[in-house]
Design a binder for this molecule. Structure first.
Ligand code: HEM
Length: 314
């Protein structure tokens, strides 16, 4: 298939034939694309499984490239061209053009083709600028005399072209309709439309139109303070049943206790009532050597020493 296409292209254009190959961009979209090595320019398109009127296109080139463009019909003259470049705001600006001669192509103003840029947030980085777009009705365009040019989007193959300048920037990069200097690189190639079709097209398209994904959090939340904005007014709860609780003691652990210290006990002195001395009745002994009994004689008598061994209450 590819050999046949290359032969057809070479025969039709009488130039060395280039044919497209698969190329996947940073967003995961796989295109059929052509690469112009010396300028670092890549142009590709991706199609739905059953193409009707649109495709996703992308042209990417080095940041130094002053302008770059594509021809949706292969040649420069009477074909729908797109020409673009980065501006000072790091956006890619550009317009459809149509040339009726090999001179600066003016803007294409007829209705029909629509280009919706996607992934504009990644359009210009430190090394490259890229224009990614959904192109609707870019396969047919009206010439000034009302004649319609087209290629078969649902076919297997189409001839397309690219051009650009590796250095010269447009006259006014802020103006999408600005004039550009003649290209110092250009070419035509065979776009293998049959290999540009993918069942993933709708997924790629939806993701592109959804916009950039939320950035991954880069910091850790250490605390969260929440403020309640509504107050709890009432809670009504009805307990309908209380489950019975049955507990069985299956084992009683043995308790071993070891007294490791005995606290010192300090007795508290208590009051000892004063002793009431025993009274010795009259005639009783109240003293003498070896006597240990009471010595107070009853009232009306007194302890009298009868001898050193016997004292008596008299
Ligand atoms: C700025 C003024 C431009 C001038 C004076 C100009 C002139 C020319 C000339 C003389 C050729 C034939 C070269 C050759 O066969 O050796 C050519 C080819 C080509 N030009 Fe331009 N060009 C201009 C802008 C553009 C732009 C903006 C595009 C946009 C894509 C473009 C796309 C092409 C392509 C694809 C070819 C190769 C196919 C063909 O010969 O028709 N040109 N151009």
């Amino acid at each position: 298939m590819k050999l046949t296409i290359a032969f057809v292209l070479a025969a039709a254009t009488a130039i060395s034939a280039q044919i497209s190959e698969a190329y996947t961009d940073q967003h995961g979209i796989t295109y059929q694309a052509i690469t112009h090595e010396s300028s670092g320019t890549i142009f590709g398109i991706a199609l739905p499984e059953n193409p009707t009127d649109e495709f996703i296109g992308q042209i990417t080139t080095r940041l130094e490239t002053g302008w770059a463009g594509v021809s949706f019909g292969g040649g420069m003259i009477n074909n729908l061209l797109w020409v673009g470049w980065p501006n000072s705001a790091k956006e890619v600006v550009g317009t459809f053009r149509l040339a009726d001669s090999y001179t600066v192509p003016p803007p294409f103003t007829a209705p029909g083709p629509e280009m919706t840029p996607i992934y504009t947030d990644t359009a210009v980085n430190d090394t490259h600028w890229t224009h990614t777009f959904i192109c609707k009705n870019c396969h047919k365009w009206l010439l000034a005399d009302g004649y319609e040019q087209s290629f078969d989007l649902a076919g297997d193959f189409a001839v397309m072209g690219y051009a650009g300048h590796t250095e010269a920037i447009p006259d006014d990069p802020e103006d999408p309709t600005s004039d550009v200097q003649q290209h110092n690189f250009f070419g035509q190639f065979g776009m293998i439309l049959s290999d540009a079709r993918s069942a993933e097209y709708e997924t790629w398209r939806a993701a592109a139109l959804a916009g950039p994904a939320e950035p991954e959090p880069t910091s850790t939340v250490t605390s969260v303070t929440a403020t309640a904005t509504s107050s709890l007014t009432s809670i009504t709860s009805t307990i309908t049943s209380i489950p019975s609780i049955t507990s069985t003691v299956t084992s009683i652990p043995s308790v071993t206790s070891t007294i490791t210290s005995i606290p010192s006990v300090t007795p508290t002195p208590t009051t000892i009532p004063s002793q009431i001395p025993e009274t010795v009745p009259r005639w009783g002994q109240c003293g003498g050597i070896g006597y240990k009994g009471p010595k107070n004689c009853a009232s009306g008598s007194r302890c009298t020493t009868l001898n050193s061994y016997y004292h008596q209450c008299l």
